[in-house]
Ligand binder design. Sequence first.
Ligand code: THU
Length: 166
Amino acid sequence: MNKTEQMRTREIIIAFQEFDKLEELSATDKKLVEAARVASNNAYAPYSHFHVGAALLLENGEIVEGNNQENADFTDGLCAERVALFYAHAKFPKVSVVAIAVSAKNHNGLLKEPAQPCGSCRQVMVETEVRFQKPIRIILDGSDSIHILDGAESLLPLAFKPKALR
Ligand code: THU
């Protein structure tokens, strides 16, 4: 077989930082997680009872919060991350996103394990990174463990990117 016809196995390695508690984070990251925790209290989640908060740090220093907004027609609701991202882009269309913190509570309170954004939110984070040409620091909050990733590519490798449309 010709060498160029041979299949290759490629690997993607995803690195992230893990912390045991909020106090171990930098002051900036800690403040953002605290904002996400507070934002989760305003979630409208009468159907899932899963209350998610997201807080964005923008390049201009603004902190923009969002929370999940549900609807009796389940497909009409929106996740906390996208509420925050779309609101930030609506209000500050030229300002890049430096970091996002996500926090979630169920009937037992704050999740023990780090909150995990859904696939659609990951896709919107990737779009934001491409739009502003800047990776977003992603902080996933949990009471027993906090994960920090350097960019949305770590959450959604091989993502569909807007430049593919051009
Ligand atoms: N949810 C979020 O807000 N963010 C996520 O990353 C995962 C899920 C919301 C959607 C829905 O209102 C509820 O959590 C249960 O799925």
